[in-house]
Design a binder for this molecule. Structure first.
Ligand code: FAD
Length: 451
């Protein structure tokens, strides 16, 4: 029998390390090249979004790699959205029915370190401070550079887990048009911090994702296990006040917060300094027509399908990719067939979650505190009780289940129609015509297949 090819992964971020673990555990020879230094030695230099929402899809993938326990040790449960209106008290909108349907806030740096250790324990060779510079597909070599180091190495096949700005993708594009296009969002983001309160306590409810929805902009805050919250302000880059163009310094930011996010002001003591120091991040959706070149290279995670973060699914989707690719490499005859099957399976699903992530921005910043929306969310839960396994709320399909994203999207669109028709002109659910709504559900939705 021929020896299995060696898999060379570019990027030891979230997807690269999980994939390395899964493949090494299954007996593949795996090496990983990462441009940053080893975070266990130099500290984590992530540079963006300190914490992330982990949901069932990502958790399931971590279980496949036996990495879930290490990750969950530092996770903070989030039961729902704590919506902070302009006037009035914050209100918790649960994500699911009870505490079996929750999501988790995890620290990006700690997660990355758990996965680096899992990959090494499984037998993968990780090389830090080694940035991919270029690839010679004909010669089967690639060039990496580090501090005072430059080296050409041979490869059998390359996997691009090097994120949204992927160098491997750029090198593949020199060989073959992948049909790359990026749609930039005209909104960006800036991170601020709520430090621990007196005695090292959380300053606000820890088991929630806090949202301050304000129409065309919003703030969110996710808890960290060290009792802080990472606050993210999303706002247009340009345009009428408030935008990052009109809120150019800390003093203007403080004035905006006093006016629009008043209850957050006492929680963020370094608001002005953080605002001036931290950069404005850009957000976009990356579309490709192809993710692989024959048996030579394949892309996954953000390198293949970066998305806006409003469904909290970019990493979760990237982790699903890792399981799918590892499975296909086992199941298919040869690398090319595995890469093609992986792409065929995952591309429609990535497109579906990219679409839902864009839609969710409007929902989060504009709809979560409006009356119609709240009525529809309550009705969703009632319909779930009346039609178990048939009517499953949109959020549950994406965050608590592993049905393909494309199926979740198609069913969500049907369900949205049912909810709109059922609540048209109603002020309360007492007036719902249940016979008509039940008939609508039965006519339009097949039961979901058992998991
Ligand atoms: P990355 O995590 O970007 O890792 C890429 C790795 O490749 C990095 O380590 C990088 O240093 C390395 N690299 C890059 N270039 C090279 C090179 N030339 N040579 C060698 N190494 C290289 N997702 C969620 O699921 N939940 C959330 O709550 C969530 N919130 C988010 C909030 C914000 C503000 C943002 C921007 C994103 C959020 N995401 C979230 C998305 C998530 O961050 C990404 O989907 C995820 O990081 C993708 O993982 P990846 O491994 O593909 O890429």
């Amino acid at each position: 029998m021929n020896e299995r090819p060696r898999i060379t992964i570019i990027g030891a971020g979230l997807a690269g390390t999980l994939l390395a673990t899964l493949l090494a555990q299954r007996g593949w020879k795996v090496e990983v090249f990462e441009r940053r230094g080893d975070p266990r030695v130099f500290g984590y230099a992530g540079g963006r979004s300190i914490n992330l929402a982990l949901t069932e899809r990502g958790l399931h993938a971590l279980r496949q790699a036996d990495a879930d326990l290490g990750v969950m040790r530092q996770a903070v449960m989030m039961r729902g959205r704590m919506v902070h209106p302009l006037d009035g008290e914050p209100e918790l909108q649960r994500y699911g029915r009870d505490d079996s349907e929750v999501i988790w806030s995890i620290n990006r740096g700690e997660l990355n370190i758990v996965l680096i250790e899992a990959a090494e324990a499984a037998g993968a060779a990780l090389h830090f401070d080694r940035r991919l510079e270029s690839v010679d597909f004909d010669a089967g070599t690639f060039l990496v550079k580090g501090e005072g180091h430059e080296e050409s190495r041979r490869f059998d096949t390359l996997v691009g887990a090097d994120g949204a700005g992927s160098t491997l993708r750029a090198q593949m594009m020199r060989r073959l048009d992948l049909g790359e296009r990026t749609e930039w969002l005209d909104h960006g983001y800036k991170e601020l911090e709520i430090p621990p309160g007196p005695g090292g306590s959380f300053r606000i409810e820890p088991n929630a994702l806090h949202i301050w929805p304000r129409g065309h902009y919003m703030c969110i805050a996710l808890p960290n296990d060290e009792r802080t919250f990472t606050v993210t302000l999303f706002m247009p880059h340009e345009g009428p006040h408030p935008s990052f163009a009109t809120v150019a310094d800390g003093e203007t930011a403080l004035a905006l917060f006093r006016e629009q996010f008043a209850d957050a002001v006492p929680l963020i003591p370094l608001l002005e300094e953080d605002y001036e120091r931290n950069p404005v991040g850009t957000l976009g959706t990356l579309y490709l027509d192809r993710w692989h070149i024959g048996d030579r290279a394949v892309l996954l995670g953000d390198a293949a399908h970066a998305m806006v973060p409003f469904h909290g699914q970019g990493m979760n989707c990237a982790f699903e990719d890792c399981v799918a690719l590892a499975d296909r490499l086992e199941a298919e005859d040869g690398l090319e067939a595995a890469f093609a099957a992986f792409e065929a399976e995952r591309m429609p699903n990535a497109a579906a979650i990219q679409h839902m992530a864009l839609e969710n921005y409007i929902e989060m910043r504009d709809r979560v505190d409006d009356g119609d929306y709240r009525l529809q969310r309550v009705l969703e839960l009632l319909l779930q009780e009346r039609h178990p396994g048939r009517f499953v709320p949109h959020y549950a399909m994406v965050s608590f289940m592993r049905i393909p994203y494309a199926v979740a999207l198609a069913r969500s669109e049907v369900q949205r129609g049912i909810l709109v028709r059922a609540t048209e002109g109603l002020d309360s659910l007492d007036e719902v015509d249940w016979a008509r709504v039940d008939a609508d559900v039965l006519a339009r939705l097949e039961p979901l297949p058992a998991p």
